[in-house]
Design a protein around this ligand. Sequence first.
Ligand code: GLU
Ligand code: ZN
Length: 306
Amino acid sequence: MTSPSASDPPALSADRARPYVGRFAPTPSGPLHFGSLLTAVASFLDARAHAGTWRLRIDDLDTPRRVPGATDGILRTLAEHALHWDGPVAFQSDHVADYRAALARLSAQDLCFRCTCSRKDLRGHRIYPGTCRTRNVPPGREAAVRIRVPETDYAFEDRLQGRYTECLAPATGDFVVARRDGLTAYQLAVVVDDAAMGVTDVVRGADLLDNTPRQLFLAERLGIETPRYLHLPVIADRSGAKLSKRTAASTIGTGAPERNLQWTLQLLGLEAPSHAAPEALLAWAVPRWDSARLPRGTSFTNWTSL
Ligand code: GLU
Ligand code: ZN
């Protein structure tokens, strides 16, 4: 048994009464791509290294973006890479009533207003100009719901990116919490879901870093304890654009999970042994996982393709 050091993962949760609960929350808008695999592996390893729970949530709230069969494909790909989650799979679409209740709690604090601005009305504005703040759009008309943001800084200590601070008023303006089509906005759903699942640690892509202050604000107003965050660099292509589901080349093919995992682990700073099966590779990686070894910054650009 080695003596504890500052970088020992279990020490990270020592200040917390709550046992570590992590999660991976893909959107079922297509097959898993390498960027999502990287997030899945990192959040999995972080959870396991803390002897924590690793939950899977399918962020299927955005019905127009749902692609038939995508959820099954994601579950299959995760299983093929030995990324075994704990407990039942959670689906956002099962929690619409919770989102409504959260929205009602925000509205009861007089924070929300209805907005009928069209895309065209907002063209040319970097952030929402506040048009409907005082308009009192009556119920009955199709409208989005926005939340009034304060002139206050929201800050948090990211485990990798360091301190991140944002004043919402100039950065995002009054943002949408319920869309015009009636769907709950991602910002609100994610806060409600993470709290409902008891998530203590969010490990996700740095493309969501600047969403976090909005989520901290919502959590504060809902009386929810916020998780710790680790925002991973995202895999970018040569031009610096994030690899996404729209980049067909980044979709994970079947039949090479060992190679995919090795490549992913390498990006995460772990030189994995070759010729090991997925289960063995992950078992090898858990005790070696060290978030301090991750490259700082918000994108990986120096990767070579498989
Ligand atoms: N479902 C979101 C996505 O796929 C991630 C949500 C989160 O990690 O906060 O981008
Ligand atoms: Zn408006």
